[in-house]
Ligand binder design. Structure first.
Ligand SMILES: *[C@@H]1O[C@H](CO)[C@@H](O)[C@H](O)[C@H]1NC(C)=O
Ligand SMILES: *[C@@H]1O[C@H](CO)[C@@H](O)[C@H](O)[C@H]1NC(C)=O
Ligand SMILES: *[C@@H]1O[C@H](CO)[C@@H](O)[C@H](O)[C@H]1NC(C)=O
Ligand SMILES: *[C@@H]1O[C@H](CO)[C@@H](O)[C@H](O)[C@H]1NC(C)=O
Ligand SMILES: *[C@@H]1O[C@H](CO)[C@@H](O)[C@H](O)[C@H]1NC(C)=O
Ligand SMILES: *[C@@H]1O[C@H](CO)[C@@H](O)[C@H](O)[C@H]1NC(C)=O
Ligand SMILES: *[C@@H]1O[C@H](CO)[C@@H](O)[C@H](O)[C@H]1NC(C)=O
Length: 366
């Protein structure tokens, strides 16, 4: 390649070289941008929505600046946050509190403490409804722990399994949530979802949002009931599912309360639903950025390549990942340059460089 662009003293040649360099700079920026977008499709997509139609070269600068704003606005790598899942008894809570994890997820059902006495909110996943740990005691112990471990506080995600247990828990939540100086998520499956799920009754959305309304600091984690497992392949969060979600959020005025919103989606199904989920998240942009929380049951079928594409498409600053360790390892999110896109980038770059070389050699002949 010719590297002696500045050495010529002939003025007309100099002018031509300056033009060459300008052209190269513009094309280089384009190449970098296109390669970047390929690796991070979401950024690109969200900017497109906001971008007007400025003059072509101003547009390039705009995109680069917006990139930086996005990085600041969306914060860091949410997939790096670690979870203790289904912490539904005293022993698991002890383990979770002494483990090096960030968030404690647990299920709340109406049932009995040790199978005796009156019905009350206990930590249990249906069909179980007996536990050695009540919701009140669970929250109490985490608050004690967090008070004594500043800087290492653990967040809480409460998964309410019925509207009855949620409403029966409001007094307990009232007493606790205002004192929490750490993340609190309130989760419920408020709509029927894939695949033709009709066994579990969803938590009534209107009554759920009415209760959540007083906890402004709580993140609303709202999803669909699901029917999935090892033998499933087909099934997705359809446009109808997503529209129903958007509709109930709008009807209940949840989009402008300033409360954070995350959509818990089951890994195996989410992997098949990329377009619909992008549309949903892009539509829930009223006052806040919503996120996805990808979760999975052990043994669920998951198309790992498709799930990986979904997560990297949204970007790791928009996706929480609460999945079994084996699946997290298979996703291999650290290695964001997969073979195909690296190959494409190299090819794209090589091809453009080759064109430059050809054009510049040709111009040298004058
Ligand atoms: C995608 O963009 C986000 C926000 O700008 C950034 O934090 C993340 O690291 C990017 N992901 C990849 C795979 O480049
Ligand atoms: C707990 O489960 C048992 C057995 O399924 C059931 O009979 C009982 O009504 C349940 N209790 C509550 C509070 O739902
Ligand atoms: C919450 O804080 C208030 C006021 O500081 C206090 O009276 C109350 O006991 C606290 N509740 C819990 C559950 O710690
Ligand atoms: C649930 O869906 C299945 C499959 O679509 C159907 O056979 C069954 O009758 C449905 N059950 C109820 C209670 O609607
Ligand atoms: C958006 O939600 C986050 C919690 O997820 C909260 O910290 C932030 O203040 C909210 N921003 C706005 C503008 O409401
Ligand atoms: C927010 O979503 C609406 C659709 O619900 C869309 O028309 C609008 O362009 C979106 N705004 C941004 C900034 O993405
Ligand atoms: C995000 O966190 C995951 C899990 O710790 C890690 O594998 C990945 O490299 C991180 N990605 C970025 C872009 O920081």
């Amino acid at each position: 390649m010719k590297l002696n662009w500045f050495k010529n003293s002939n003025p007309s040649l100099r002018k031509m070289h300056v033009m060459q360099i300008q052209l190269i700079t513009v094309l280089l920026v384009l190449v970098v941008k296109i390669n970047g977008a390929a690796l991070n499709a979401t950024n690109y997509q969200y900017q497109l929505a906001e971008q007007g139609t400025p003059a072509p070269d101003l547009q390039i600068v705009d995109i680069l600046l917006e990139d930086q704003n996005m990085v600041r606005a969306w914060g860091s790598n949410l997939t790096a946050i670690t979870w203790a899942h289904a912490v539904n008894n005293q022993q698991l809570l002890d383990e979770a509190l002494s483990a090096d994890i960030d968030f404690i997820e647990a299920d709340i059902s109406l049932g009995k403490l040790n199978g005796e006495g009156e019905d009350l909110p206990v930590m249990a996943h249906p069909p179980a409804n007996i536990s050695d740990l009540t919701l009140a005691e669970f929250l109490n112990q985490i608050m004690d722990f967090n008070r004594n471990h500043q800087g290492q506080e653990k967040g809480i995600k409460l998964d309410f399994k019925s509207i009855e247990v949620f409403e029966g828990s409001l007094d307990i939540l009232d007493a606790n949530i205002p004192n929490m100086t750490y993340p609190i998520w309130i989760n419920a499956d408020i709509l029927s979802g894939p695949v033709d799920q009709n066994k579990t009754v969803p938590v009534d959305p209107d009554r759920f949002f009415a209760g959540c309304n007083r906890y402004k600091q709580a993140v609303l984690s709202i999803g669909w009931t699901t029917n999935w497992g090892a033998d499933f392949r087909e099934g997705e969060y359809t446009e109808e599912h997503c529209n129903a979600m958007l509709e109930t959020l709008t009807q209940n005025n949840v989009l402008f309360t300033g409360q954070g919103i995350t959509f818990p989606v089951r890994a195996g199904i989410a992997a098949n639903s990329e377009d619909q989920l992008h549309k949903l998240v892009a539509s829930v942009n009223g006052t806040n950025e919503s996120t996805l929380t990808v979760w999975s049951s052990a043994g669920d079928y998951v198309d790992v390549a498709k799930l990986r594409k979904l997560i990297l498409g949204f970007g790791v600053s928009r996706v929480y990942l609460d999945v079994p360790e084996e699946l997290a390892a298979e996703l291999d999110l650290g290695n964001t340059r997969n073979g195909a896109s690296t190959y494409k980038s190299l090819f794209g770059f090589g091809f453009v460089s080759l064109c430059f070389w050809a054009i510049s050699s040709w111009l040298q002949r004058f």
